[in-house]
Design a protein around this ligand. Structure first.
Ligand code: ADP
Ligand code: MG
Length: 478
């Protein structure tokens, strides 16, 4: 048995960085340390800090390790084994007993970085917080309903779920910040609360704060108005775990971005866990300063996607169960099949069916669900297939302005009008938000989009000729 030498490991990192990129190397590959190499069998034993990392690298990067280490070692055959740090330290002991050297930094990664906060310290913290901002422990604003237990795991959210669990397990130690991103209604807020709930339960001494970006902005504005910036910052400095939801709302709020940046840094430097959610990858957000963009993606980034039919069914069954309502698998299947793009809408459909059944004292059946959801779903089906590009093409056909002109700063009458029609069509024919439409057309502020909606609606009602034209366009969209 010989130790895989450091040079080989460094070469390996370099090659792998070229192949899979820095993010993977920093997040995953470097979480792995070499335990030992058994020359006689070709066994390479790699140590991982926890089960989560072990499973992830094992299923995603095992071949990568094998391929390059084999070549670097100049042998025909290697077998990669991933060990858990606890078992590899046992390994380590036994190898050491045999007088062999092994990786020594395994246990290091296990040391608790977070300071152990005693109850008394925490009490004092709360007193400071209370004095500063009327903050109370129960103002952590965690919703107890949103737990890991009530979260249904599917392919669409597996990684986000596992990352959230890992962070809840070891706040501030593994992945900081954790950023969850993805479309609306796909479980980001749920996971944020689940992290908060788990940490508060396991470590009652930690101060956990869930904050929506909206609230953060309002608090900040109030604080600046009343000269309370110092107190505002002091409050956040006392937090051990900060969960900030919907950070896309920081867009175009330069001053809030600035203060957020400072709070972020100060928490990060003291190894306090930060978890963020965003409706898209921050790098694609316009109106966000670059240094903040990169900070936000510094740690682990995990996406949530639209669930598969199966997962949708499980979610529906779970939600019905939580309300003590019996919903048959056939009904769950029927609802899950509806062309809705997110879990929130799916839940909405379920609630409508349940409510209707209970109000009219009927049993919950597929027939009933059809009646309650039928028409709604047909409309949705037609609209879901339309995307922004399609709309842009139709607008070009009718108004002869292309995408570059729509996105330009040109405010002359013709372009403005075509742009507003495009915005109107985007809002009424897709399920995208004002903000997404604004971003797509490169407007600085989504109020431009709401203004457009207002104006086109007015025109539609008051100008016969325009109304007829719009109708024709809308028919082409179907
Ligand atoms: P987001 O913050 O991504 O917009 P939310 O976390 O608010 O979405 O989720 C919307 C609703 O859907 C919530 O009621 C949440 O409990 C539910 N939900 C989303 N994903 C799941 C899931 N995988 N399992 C159970 N409930 C889910
Ligand atoms: Mg949310």
């Amino acid at each position: 048995m010989i130790l895989l030498n450091d040079q080989i490991w460094q070469d390996f990192l370099k090659i792998v960085r070229d192949e899979v990129g820095s993010r993977v190397v920093e997040t995953w590959i470097k979480a792995v340390t070499i335990s030992r190499y058994d020359h006689s069998t070709g066994g390479i034993y790699l140590s991982t800090p926890n089960l989560f990392v072990k499973n992830w690298v094992e299923s995603n990067y095992k071949d990568l390790f094998a391929k390059h280490l084999k070549r670097l070692l100049g042998v025909d055959h290697v077998t990669i084994y991933f060990l858990l740090a606890s078992s590899s330290s046992a390994e380590q002991k036994s190898t050491e007993q045999k007088g062999l050297q092994a990786a020594s930094d395994v246990d290091e990664s296990f040391k608790t970085i977070l300071p152990a906060v005693s109850a008394a310290v925490k009490k004092k913290k709360y007193e400071v917080l209370k004095k500063n901002l009327g903050y109370q422990p129960n103002l952590s604003k965690l919703n107890p309903i949103y737990t890991f237990d009530s979260f249904v795991v599917g392919e669409n959210n597996q990684f986000a779920y596992a990352s959230a669990m890992a962070v809840a397990e070891k706040p501030g130690q593994l992945y900081n910040p954790l950023l969850l991103y993805g479309g609306s209604g796909l479980g980001k807020t749920h996971l944020l609360h689940a992290i908060g709930n788990t940490i508060s339960q396991k470590n009652p001494s930690l101060v956990v704060l869930y904050q929506s970006t909206d609230r953060f902005i309002t608090e900040f504005i109030n604080a600046s108005r009343f000269d309370g910036i110092a107190k505002f910052q002091a409050k956040y400095r006392e937090v051990d775990v900060l969960l900030v939801d919907n950070i896309q709302f920081l867009v175009n709020k330069e001053q809030t971005q600035e203060i957020f940046f400072h709070i972020f840094n100060s928490l990060y430097e003291s190894n306090k866990q930060i978890v963020l959610s965003c409706d898209m990858l921050p790098r694609y957000l316009g109106g966000l300063v670059d240094r903040l963009k990169s900070r936000l993606e510094w740690g682990l980034v995990a996406d949530v996607q639209v669930p598969t039919l199966e997962t949708k069914i499980s979610i529906l069954m779970r939600k019905a169960q939580a309300q003590d309502v019996l919903v048959g698998a056939d009904v769950a299947y029927f609802i899950a099949q509806q062309p809705v793009s997110n879990v929130r809408e799916l839940e909405g459909s379920l609630i409508r069916v349940i409510a209707y059944a209970s109000l009219t004292s009927q049993e919950i059946s597929v027939e009933l669900a059809k009646k309650v959801l039928g028409i709604h779903s047909e409309v949705k089906l037609a609209s879901r297939q339309i995307d922004f590009k399609f709309i842009v093409n139709i607008v070009k056909k009718h108004f002869s302005y292309d995408i570059d002109q729509l996105r330009s700063k040109d405010r002359s009458k013709g372009v403005s009008h075509a742009r507003q029609v495009a915005m109107y069509l985007m809002k009424t024919n897709t399920d995208k938000s004002l903000r997404e439409i604004g971003l797509y057309l490169e407007r600085k502020d989504h109020s431009t989009v709401s203004h457009a909606l207002q104006r086109i609606t007015d025109l539609k009602l008051n100008h016969e000729k325009f109304s007829a034209q719009l109708k024709k366009i809308e028919e082409e969209l179907l």
